[in-house]
Design a protein around this ligand. Structure first.
Ligand code: PEP
Ligand code: MG
Length: 591
């Protein structure tokens, strides 16, 4: 059948910047459906043997995959493999399939397919996010087994042998981690959002990605020419010659822009009047650490450790904590790594720790509150962090602190962990700096009290804006009100900085605001000492800082603090940036 290569344009969510033109490599895991085959009774033993052979091959592949992750130091994915390995032993799957072959004379492929559909349906009926995820695991494992039964490589991902753009419905971390990523030039998927695994991985690999395209798998054919614009979220299949030309040009402009920026990676962030700002990176996965030097990040200002707890049924052991944190600390040495203790709940759900079903989870038992309730869970992590601190560059940070009571309680558990480790003869950094995230407005109000008990503050603007302006940060209906330049937010930042400085401690910002150049001057002028952001943003923020002066940014802040509305502040800052730094806010001249 001849493929008609039709031009299609789609718009999705841009999650990793850049422009790529390549050939589509289609991974359609949904289309594996075996024929409905009835076998002769004398074939039953052979058919069961074929199924067991596929089980053995699947097991061997999964074990290889786990080794592969360990070698690539992406151990987080190992737990997903473990879930699949456990399922391979599950009676519901294995025995039920064999019974269908023996009793109903179904071909092994068809028998397995029906069993998988049945398990998926029972998970569907449970209507619980945890089981929905397990349902996906069953589906992924069933797919792998079916492909092994049919003698095909799982998903075909290992076949990637030329430079391609991977087109998929959704990609599990397992899929992406077994790819020869050097060959992949971009990702596009039907599902996913900014924090989906595809998005995080694409950013850490530094390749363009657009997710949430909804219909790309149905519309694309393998081998189609595909244009991916990871800046706007646009995707074109089989573009016209004129479009190809336009996107080639856009790609070179983007490359030139990145190249120009990279010059700033190696420079310190110092204003023209000699004021030094520390520019650090936020990380979620160990695999991201390798990008830090390339982009010139001066350490890690926020390590979101909840990712260590994801995709698994039990929390990590103390040893696992130690291993992960040591790896990171050694990789960034002598720069510091700021390890934030478990921050789950709200929009960050995990299954390894049961969370109550609450009607208002952002205001519920999340983050430090959960850790203070689950003290052993918390202490295991604290012991892990302490034991990884021997190199002298580990800092610890508590999230969501709302007042002194909570902080003292957390410190008491940290002290207990220290005392235990001493008794057991473990070594750790006795001067390990302790900080709190300032992200609840009450913490700002009592910042002067908190400052006496910690070594640094880090302002989490993502949550601070959410709580100060009463805007759910994931609710699209009120997204228009989510304004980092709201006068209330600016005043809260100023209050935090002043309280910190009065007590001689440094104040960082580690929310998204820190990585957006529109806000850099305001943050400088407000007196912030450190900025922490996704690694890719480090050079562009260093560039603004290197062109700016502290005096200038203070003057801008003086002006904006006289204004009454978020719109007025936004307008003033934007106009100032456009006239003072032409092209910085719009590097490719799109507007
Ligand atoms: C924040 O709230 O600004 C922050 C940095 O933490 P998270 O986005 O992980 O809640
Ligand atoms: Mg937060």
């Amino acid at each position: 059948m001849k493929i008609v290569r039709e031009r299609v344009e789609l718009k999705g969510i841009p999650v990793s910047p850049g422009v790529v033109i390549g050939k589509a490599f289609l991974i359609d895991s949904r289309k594996v459906r075996p024929p409905e085959k009835i076998i002769d009774p004398e074939m039953v033993d052979d058919e069961v043997a074929r199924f067991r052979q596929a089980l053995a091959e699947t097991r061997a592949q999964l074990e290889d995959l786990r080794q592969h992750y360990e070698a690539k130091r992406i151990g987080e994915y190992g737990y997903l493999v473990d879930v699949h390995l456990l399922m391979l032993d599950d009676k519901m799957l294995v025995k039920a399939t064999e019974e269908r072959v023996r009793e109903q004379l179904h071909g092994a492929d068809w028998a397995l397919w029906q069993v998988v559909q049945g398990i998926k349906a029972s998970f569907d009926a449970m209507d619980d996010e945890y089981f929905r995820d397990r349902r996906n695991d069953v589906e992924h494992l069933g797919d792998r087994l079916l492909r092994n039964l049919a003698g095909r490589l799982p998903l075909g991902i290992a076949d990637i042998s030329a430079d391609v753009v991977v087109v998929a419905h959704d990609l599990s971390p397992m899929d992406t981690a077994q790819m020869d990523v050097e060959r992949v030039k971009g990702f596009v998927t039907d599902q996913g959002g900014r924090t989906s695994h595809t998005a995080i991985l694409a950013r850490s690999l530094n390749i363009p990605a657009v997710v949430g395209l909804e219909t790309v798998v149905d519309r694309a054919n393998g081998g189609d020419t595909v244009v991916v614009d990871g800046l706007t979220g646009r995707l074109i299949l089989n573009p016209t010659e004129a479009e190809l030309e336009r996107y080639r040009e856009r790609r070179s402009r983007y490359q030139a822009y990145r190249k120009e920026l990279e010059a700033f990676s190696a420079l310190p962030a110092v204003t023209r009047d000699g004021h030094k700002i520390r520019v650090a990176a936020n990380i979620e996965l160990l695999g991201e650490v390798k990008n830090l030097r390339r982009y010139g990040a001066e350490g890690i200002g926020l390590y979101r450790t909840e990712f260590l707890y994801m995709n698994r049924d039990h929390p990590p052991s103390e040893e696992e904590h130690v291993q992960s944190y040591r790896q990171v600390a050694e990789a960034v040495h002598p720069f510091p790594v700021t390890i934030r203790t478990l921050d789950v709940g709200g929009d960050k759900m995990i299954h390894a720790v049961p969370l109550p079903d609450e009607s208002n989870p952002s205001l519920g038992l999340r983050s430090i509150r959960l850790c203070l309730r689950e003290r052993e869970l918390f202490k295991t992590q604290l012991r892990g962090i302490l034991r990884a601190s021997q190199g002298g560059n580990v800092r610890i940070m508590f999230p969501m602190i709302s007042g002194l009571g909570e902080l003292l309680e957390a410190i008491a558990i940290l002290d207990e962990a220290r005392a235990e480790l001493r008794r057991e003869g473990h070594r750790f950094d006795p001067h390990l700096p302790l900080g709190v995230m300032v992200e609840v407005p009450s913490a700002v109000v009592v910042a002067d009290i908190l400052a006496k008990h910690v070594d640094f503050f880090s302002i989490g603007t993502n949550d601070l804006i959410q709580y100060a302006l009463a805007i759910d940060r994931v609710n699209e209906n009120v997204a228009y009100l989510y304004e980092p330049l709201h006068p209330a937010v600016l005043r809260l930042i100023r209050m935090t900085v002043e309280a910190g400085h009065r007590h001689g401690i440094r104040v960082a910002v580690c929310g998204e605001m820190a990585g957006d150049e529109l806000y850099t001057l305001a943050l400088l002028g407000l007196g912030v000492d450190e900025l922490s952001m996704q690694a890719l943003s480090v050079p562009k923020i260093k560039r603004v800082i290197n062109h700016a002066s502290l005096e200038e940014s203070r003057a801008v802040v003086e002006d904006i603090l006289t204004l009454g509305t978020a719109e007025e502040v936004h307008q003033l800052v934007e106009e100032y940036m456009r006239s003072r730094y032409p092209g910085v806010l719009d590097p490719l001249g799109d507007e």
